[in-house]
Design a protein around this ligand. Structure first.
Ligand code: GDP
Ligand code: MG
Length: 241
């Protein structure tokens, strides 16, 4: 294929952009070998009700999002484990709060913190009554959990912010807990549209004071380093100053 000089320049610029956005080349290579404390996460305990949770002693980072938003895939890629969060797909565990502990290297048996997989919401096939029960668990956890250090909100980049996401934002906003919105499946959109989605999410979730929004892809490892740094910082501020 032949490109006129101006077009060629444009094309090169676009490629540079893509590199910054770590969709191709070196950045993938680099992030694949980045070691994170999150990689050491392992399943610790499930709770059906808030009073079954362990005492709130160490930092917890909660993952919330609609069913099918890519929550399990995100947890798996962040922890560099194929099936850590998918294991919670087994019947019975989907409605539970699942805690994945990050071991403390200096204190065997103790945890630096927990990644908390909260029940997905908005699944149409679930009866209204059960949905409200989930809302109670979700809302209760997000509002009352004193050890909550940060919230990762998963939003499908093509769907954007839904009514249920907004409802969740209303619960979160008064707590002042920082939120990282991962706009998942970003590989499905070109760069320009990703950036538009980021702006839209920031606008629609403006209620949340401490909000960061970044494009993310579990399959293409977009935004992985950024998300990892945020979460590590919430769990152990000493690791990432
Ligand atoms: N293209 C693409 N598909 C994804 C990505 N993350 C998840 N998916 C797909 O989206 C669907 C739902 O993902 P899952 O992690 O189970 O969502 P959950 O219900 O929120 O836990 C699955 O078919 C995944 O393969 C991604 O980054 N890119
Ligand atoms: Mg899931």
């Amino acid at each position: 294929m032949h490109y006129e000089p101006a077009k060629l320049q444009q094309k090169e610029k676009a490629q540079q952009f893509q590199t910054c956005d770590y969709t191709i080349g070196l950045e993938i290579y680099r992030s694949r070998f980045t070691v994170s404390i999150l990689h050491r996460a392992s399943f610790t305990v499930s709770a059906a009700r808030l009073d079954q949770l362990p005492p709130p002693t160490t930092a917890e980072v909660a993952f919330v999002g609609r069913s099918n938003s890519g929550k399990s895939s995100a947890i798996n890629v962040l922890t560099n484990q194929r099936r850590l969060a998918f294991s919670s797909k087994t019947p019975g565990r989907t409605r539970l709060i699942n805690l994945f502990g990050i071991p403390d290297p200096l204190q065997p048996g103790a945890h630096l913190g927990f990644l908390v997989d909260l029940p997905g919401y908005g699944y149409a096939a679930v009866a209204q009554e059960a949905r409200e029960e989930w809302a109670d668990v979700l809302g209760g956890y997000l509002r009352e959990r004193s050890s909550l250090a940060g919230i990762v909100m998963l939003i499908d980049i093509r769907r954007g912010v839904t009514e249920l996401d907004r409802r969740l934002a209303h619960w979160i906003a008064p707590t002042g807990v920082p939120v990282l919105a991962l706009l998942t499946k970003a590989d499905k959109l070109p760069y320009g549209q990703r950036m538009k989605a980021v702006v839209a999410v920031r606008r629609e979730l403006a209620d949340i004071g401490a909000l960061q929004a970044v494009p993310f892809s579990a399959t293409h490892r977009i935004g992985l380093e950024d998300a990892t740094a945020h979460i590590e910082n919430w769990i152990s501020p000493k690791v990432v100053p």
